[in-house]
Design a protein around this ligand. Structure first.
Ligand code: HEM
Ligand SMILES: CC(C)=CCC/C(C)=C/CC/C(C)=C/COP(=O)(O)OP(=O)(O)O
Length: 298
C-alpha cells in the first residue's frame, strides 16, 4: 500500500516536471495571441475543429520548443538563481527523456496541424519552433545582445499562425499583429534582464545589461516602448480595429510608458520587475481588447 502510494506520488511529481519544461504560462499567452489571430481572420464565428486543432497543434509545437530550450540551456540554467531548480539541471529529468518528450510533442503537433488545419500553418509553426529552439537558443542567445530582438520573431509569430489556420493565407493585418508582439518583446525581456543582470553575467550570457550596461538598457526599453505605442496605433489608423481598441490600447500604452519612464528616470529596486510584470498584463489585456473590439465594432 505504502509502496503504491509512493510510486503514484513520484509519477505525479514526474508529470509536474514535464509540465514545467513546457513553460505553460508563456505558452498560454502565446495561445491567446494565436486565438485572437484566428478570430480576427474571419467576420463570422470560426469552426470549432479549426479552433481546437489549431490551438492544440500550435500549443504542442510551442511546448516542444520550450522543452528543447530546457535541454540546450541546462548548463546556463544551472548557474542562474532563477532557473537552477529546473528539472533538467536538477537531474530530475534526463536530457534524453526530455528530447524524447519534445520529439513526441513535435510529431503529434505537426501531424494535427498538417491533417486537420493546413500545411501553411504546420510549416510556419515548425519554423517558429526552429526559430526559438535552434536559432535563438543554440545560437543567438550566446552570440549577441540583440539575441532577443531577432529571436523575438519566433515568439511573435502565433497571431499569424492563428490567422493562417483559419484562412490558409498570410494577410497584412496578421503581420501587423506579429509586429506588435515583436516590438513588445524587447521591453518585456530587458526589464527582467536588468533585474537578473548578475545571473546573466555569472552565466556569461551576453544580454544587453551585461554587455552595454543597465543605463543603456533602460534607454533601449524606453525607446522600444515609444515604438510600441506607435505600432499599436496602426491597427486603428488602417481601419483594422475600432474605437474600443484605440481607447484600450492607449490606456495600456500609457501604463507601459509610465513604467518605462520610471525605470529610466526614477527607478527603485523594484521598478524593473514591476515593468516586466506589467508587460505581461499589457500584452494579455491588449489581445483581449482586440477580441472585444472585433466582436463589438462601433
Ligand atoms: C525572445 C523572446 C522572449 C524572451 C527572451 C522572453 C523571456 C522571458 C523570460 C526570461 C521569462 C521569465 C521566465 C521565468 O521566470 O521562468 C519570461 C516570462 C514570461 N514571458 Fe517571455 N520572453 C519572450 C517572448 C515572450 C512572448 C512572445 C510571450 C507571449 C506572447 C511571453 C510571455 C511570457 C509570460 C506569460 C511569462 C511569465 C511566465 C511565468 O510567470 O511563468 N514571452 N519571458
Ligand atoms: C512554435 C513557436 C511559436 C515557438 C516559440 C515558443 C516559445 C516557447 C517562445 C517563448 C520565448 C521565451 C520564453 C523565451 C525565453 O527564453 P530564455 O531561454 O531566454 O529564457 P529562460 O532563461 O527562462 O529559459
Amino acid at each position: 500500500m505504502a509502496a503504491q502510494q509512493s510510486s503514484s506520488s513520484s509519477f505525479l511529481s514526474s508529470c509536474k516536471d514535464y509540465y514545467e519544461m513546457t513553460k505553460p504560462n508563456v505558452v498560454l499567452l502565446l495561445l491567446l495571441t494565436a486565438l485572437v489571430g484566428m478570430c480576427l481572420a474571419s467576420e463570422t464565428w470560426i469552426s470549432w475543429h479549426i479552433l481546437l486543432a489549431g490551438l492544440t497543434g500550435i500549443g504542442f509545437l510551442s511546448s516542444a520548443a520550450a522543452v528543447v530550450n530546457h535541454v540546450v540551456d541546462r548548463r546556463i540554467d544551472s548557474q542562474m538563481a532563477r532557473t537552477s531548480n529546473r528539472p533538467v539541471p536538477k537531474g530530475k529529468v534526463t536530457p534524453k527523456k526530455a528530447i524524447i518528450f519534445a520529439s513526441v510533442l513535435t510529431i503529434v503537433g505537426y501531424l494535427i496541424l498538417e491533417l486537420w488545419v493546413n500545411r501553411l500553418t504546420a510549416v510556419l509553426t515548425l519554423a517558429g519552433l526552429l526559430g526559438y529552439a535552434v536559432v535563438y537558443t543554440m545560437y543567438l542567445k550566446r552570440a549577441t545582445p540583440q539575441n532577443i530582438v531577432i529571436g523575438g520573431l519566433a515568439g511573435a509569430i502565433p497571431p499569424l499562425l492563428g490567422w493562417t489556420a483559419v484562412t490558409g493565407e498570410i494577410h497584412p493585418h496578421a503581420l501587423l499583429l506579429v509586429l506588435i508582439v515583436f516590438t513588445w518583446t524587447p521591453p518585456h525581456f530587458w526589464a527582467l534582464a536588468i533585474h537578473r543582470e548578475k545571473d546573466y553575467a555569472r552565466a556569461k550570457v551576453p544580454m544587453l545589461p551585461v554587455t552595454h550596461g543597465v543605463e543603456f538598457t533602460k534607454t533601449s526599453i524606453l525607446l522600444y516602448t515609444i515604438l510600441l505605442c506607435v505600432v499599436c496605433l496602426l491597427p486603428y489608423l488602417i481601419g483594422m480595429t475600432g474605437i474600443i481598441y484605440l481607447l484600450g490600447s492607449t490606456l495600456l500604452n500609457v501604463g507601459f510608458l509610465y513604467y518605462a519612464w520610471k525605470l529610466k528616470f526614477g527607478s527603485t529596486e523594484k521598478t524593473a520587475m514591476q515593468t516586466f510584470k506589467f508587460s505581461i498584463i499589457h500584452l494579455m489585456v491588449l489581445f483581449v481588447v482586440l477580441l472585444v473590439d472585433h466582436y463589438i465594432h462601433f
